[in-house]
Design a protein around this ligand. Sequence first.
Ligand SMILES: [Zn+2]
Length: 420
Amino acid sequence: MSEGAISADWVVPVDGEPIRDGRVSWREGRIVEVGTGRAERHVDGGVILPGLVNAHSHLEYAVYGGFGDGEVFGSWMATHISRKRSLAYEDMVAIARRGAADALAAGITTTADYSFSGASATAAAELGLRAIVYLEVFGSDPAAAERQFAESRDRVSESPLVQLGVSPHAPYTCSVEVYRWALSLGIPVGTHLAESAAENDYLVSGEGPMAPSRPFLVEPTGLRAVATLESVLGPELLCAHCVELDAGEIELLARHDVPVAHCPRSNAFLGCGTAPLVELLAAGIRVGLGTDSAASAPSSDPWEELRTAIGTARARERRSDALSAADALRLATLGAAQALGRDHELGSLTVGKRADLAVVSLSGTPYDPIEDPVVATVFGGSPQAVVETIVDGTTRFRQEETAWPEVHSTASAARQRMLP
Ligand SMILES: [Zn+2]
């Protein structure tokens, strides 16, 4: 569709005040008008938002729910590695399609996805989800990492909505030389950083819960995670988690303008802790909210993630004004776009940006009729409340019309193959 418009009770542009009885119009995939008025397609009880931008996902783990739940890190990781081995590449694509479908159905229009096999890129392109797909590499040897990267890259085809990046997995699974090689490619680079105390224990001394996994890991560096990567930190290195940070490490990340993907549910359910979100934001660090995946969180629901971000920030700071609903929504839209370096075209309903929209209906929720559209959306939103998701001006999900039955059945079959 080259042209379109939608209206609802409210438009929440994120970079400006909410608009009552608002309308958003677009042409050739770009927003051309954000204002008041009624369009042919109008959603009663609805709120139009910028499409959610997920700063950290693994579409390929969309059906890994419950694997190794409650186990300590070493056996949790062993469970995942052994189960993933039972999948063929087509299974990984099938699961990633389910992940892309779930994202669109939940109002996500862009995801920053760390992909083990490259399947996420194929799936995102097929389903029409905008994505930066960071192809994962592991190990100490840059030449071996380059071969892993090339193998994944050769499997995926180019798509206008999908940009490829590279992901050295973590400082305990990749050497600094591998990070340096990744950054030399001039494409987006993402990693996992300072996710757990176990990561620091292993890197510093080779001890702790990760020690039994040593055959899969690089040699300890004698330094904590952030110090291990100090020479490669920069604005191009997206870092997921950043839970285990002291004040000096926060300062270091800020000084190097390192963007962070905050994943509070994954961190909580894996028993890693809670990232110092308020301190990160106060230091001026670009932060986006990420769902991670069903391998570590209970689901990939971005609405639950929003509320958990608020709950954990307020609990950690012991004050109710630590993170507002508007702050949280920003983390899931414009903040995430900034973390990905894409805020010039994504993350808010702004004339000239890409026409990526999520439309939710709060009819029947405790927030109906709507008093404050931001509070109502953040606390009352859910995948079930999403009525339409538009990417680049094209409707990719519409409630009661889009069901993807084959996507669900093939992903379920792949999960069945992983069960003992
Ligand atoms: Zn991750």
